[in-house]
Design a protein around this ligand. Sequence first.
Ligand code: 5GP
Ligand code: ZN
Length: 109
Amino acid sequence: MSCLFCKIVQGEISTDKVYENDDVLAFNDIEPQAPVHVLIIPKDHYPNIQKTPSEDVAKIFDAIKEIAKQLNLDEGFRIVNNCGNFGGQTVDHLHFHLLGKRKLKWPPG
Ligand code: 5GP
Ligand code: ZN
């Protein structure tokens, strides 16, 4: 299996786990862009949001809401999904970035 995030799900690559349930895994980004920078992924492999059933997307968003609560991101946060080449996606396993604990600029580059 060549997918990096599938290897993380299988435990072949170790990560700093933040949250886990039957369907979703969340871990700290290796190159954090904010004091909180968590990646939230489905345990099943989907290359991007367009290829992901809506009920699985909903499970990920439920997890994101729970993680934001657990990490006390009450001053706000940002959820990012980079999709495809123009979106800047570098890992082809669906993931959402959860960024928090600093004031973020808008728009991004
Ligand atoms: P993308 O650019 O595809 O939206 O985001 C991929 C993210 O995965 C990047 O923010 C990158 O820092 C992160 N990343 C890449 N390799 C690893 C890794 O081995 N471990 C962890 N925890 N994050 C990674
Ligand atoms: Zn994968």
